[in-house]
Design a protein around this ligand. Sequence first.
Ligand code: GDP
Length: 297
Amino acid sequence: MAFDSLSDKLQNVFKKLRSKGVLTEDDVKEAMKEVKRALLEADVNFKVVKSFVKSVSDRAVGEEVLKGLNPGHMVIKIVKEEMDKLMGSEMTEIKLRPSNEITIIMMCGLQGAGKTTTVAKLAYQFKNKGKKPLLVACDVYRPAAIKQLQVNGEKVGVPVFAMGDNNKPLDIAKAAIQHAAKNNINLVFLDTAGRLHVDEDMMNELAEIKDNLDIAYTILTVDSMTGQDAVNVATTFNDKIGIDGVILTKLDGDTRGGAALSIKAVTGKPILYSGMGEKLTDLEPFYPDRMASRILG
Ligand code: GDP
């Protein structure tokens, strides 16, 4: 389960806090040191940890907490509230245009992050909500990626628009939008090309699509198991092309959780969904408060 190790460590800190009837400022300081260590070991961004611990400490050493009835519980509650805040507090929903208009969503991400799987998962969720989605194969560099999208589309019952690998991604996207308009489709997902690393050509290609089409959302898929690398990738994509949100994949296998806890605070962009497995149904909306509860037990 995700966050196991962080969760265990924080539980230990909380157990100590709960066992004390009276808390001194030193007790809180000691607990915060342990919280800090646990977060750093979970690969949470260093600056994020520092400001998190400061926010909790500032609130926790106040008179009303330390002199309150149940100071241990109050400190734990503050940790939970600050953790919610760190991840964005509210669930962020993708808002589509009215059904008679086409919403275009551009999916981007590095190769292997889970983009092609995730785009099919997402299309499936919207199909189940009564939308008419189309998956568009804009990754012209890897024929296997086109095939994979077709296979995934078939599995979830969503049509796939492909033009092989001899056209420019922007031209494929334009043709797909015309196709959508003619076929009563109101949600177009562009599955763009990934690369092994951030590279200039990839960014230029994405920027060209964004500059020429009316993209409603640019969504980045990042692999949560890559920890702070995922955060750095998100920062770079946001700086270069601008993203509206992130989908964090492979959270099911991430025992540390550093990316989930850092991305919003570092990039300012919300986590929209999390990938919880390889099956095309394994995608969950990201609720910061539920995630904080899961981590804190
Ligand atoms: P792409 O190169 O970014 O398009 O990545 P793929 O969609 O091909 O995914 C790469 C691998 O990650 C595949 O084996 C997927 O099954 C797997 N994968 C994608 N999302 C998840 C997830 O949320 N959990 C797990 N466990 N595996 C995932």
